[in-house]
Design a protein around this ligand. Sequence first.
Ligand code: TYM
Length: 374
Amino acid sequence: MGVTPWEVSGNIDYEKLIKEFGTSGITPALRARVERNAGESNVMLRRGYFFSHRDLDLVMDDYEKGRGFYLYTGRGPSGPMHIGHLIPLVFTRWLQERFKVNLYIEITDDEKFLCRREEGWEDIGKHAEQNIRDIAAVGFDPDRTFIFRDSEYIGNVYPMLLKIAKKVNFSTVKAVFGFTNETNIGFIFYPAYQIMPTLFEKKRCLIPAAIDQDPYWRVQRDIAESLGHQKTAAIHSKFLSPLQGAEGKMSSSVRESAIWLDDDEKTVRKKIMKYAFSGGRSTLEEHRRLGADLSVDVPFQWLSVLFEPDDVELKRIAGEYGSGRMLTGEVKEILAGKVNEFLEGHRARREKADVKKYMRTGKLAKEMWNKRFE
Ligand code: TYM
């Protein structure tokens, strides 16, 4: 098993990751506290898709005592986005809506330019534009959200980036990110920028993301206090598995491994029918006798994570499918319908998304362009 910000491979043992990364599992009591403060239950918390955290209990203390907190997340524009990339953002929107807090979304055009040998600056720019539209479509609060591209916002943060960079030495990033003598120097500097938004406010920062991004937060937590800031908190999700099976994460280079936000209805259906790894048995007789193995079944996992929020209906599907009364084709059909419904809504919101408000003219965006961090 390997999990770094750039690569996820093998069969992922999430309990082991918690130990290796030194994070904490989300206990039922902590989940109940978040949901009580939020005023409603959340499907991704309830089903354990967000499974790990750092200092989420302190974030809840801050909220309950009226000190508040803020949210930060991001996207590296390496190509079009798939449905897995959207998931932390959908969860982030829920947090923002329920807790009424500011949100910063970093678009790391610099990171992707530096780490992808084959992509030129123009390609990255195109991906960034397209990705920002998809992100805006998620429907964040336009006055409490700031979306920025690293290359455009650099003038407002450069002195502070230098302060961060001065605190982190090469041996640390070598150990944390696996940098070598062949790594280009731009990339070696880049972690300073991913840390920067955790210092945007004096309030505590909470970062919703999949657990692959956690190494950055580890470095942040070592240096934040020496810069007069708080250690960042984080809430980590699992990965939405590739269609082909529960190993690794969906890959940008294998188009069939994921559902892309621009896949049309027919493509979505075809991909799920053809590629989604099934826990169903190889013959009908065996399937009726043994039932499907839900633990490896990708369509069932996707339904559990997000696409079937109704607990009663999910339980019904689990019962029918797990006992062999329901067939793989039927479960795939249910999933294809749900995914298409979701994407249809996404496309409509994408058409209407007011990107400029998030980046320039909304209340928080305006404030941020008038600020200089040093
Ligand atoms: P990126 O673009 O690789 O990923 C964007 C977000 O999607 C999560 N993610 C996934 N979640 C579920 N299932 C998957 N298969 C899957 N693949 C990726 C990532 O964890 C991330 O939350 N360096 C970052 C950009 C960044 C960032 C941040 C991300 C800058 N600041 C703060 C999160 C929080 C990157 O390249 O993400």
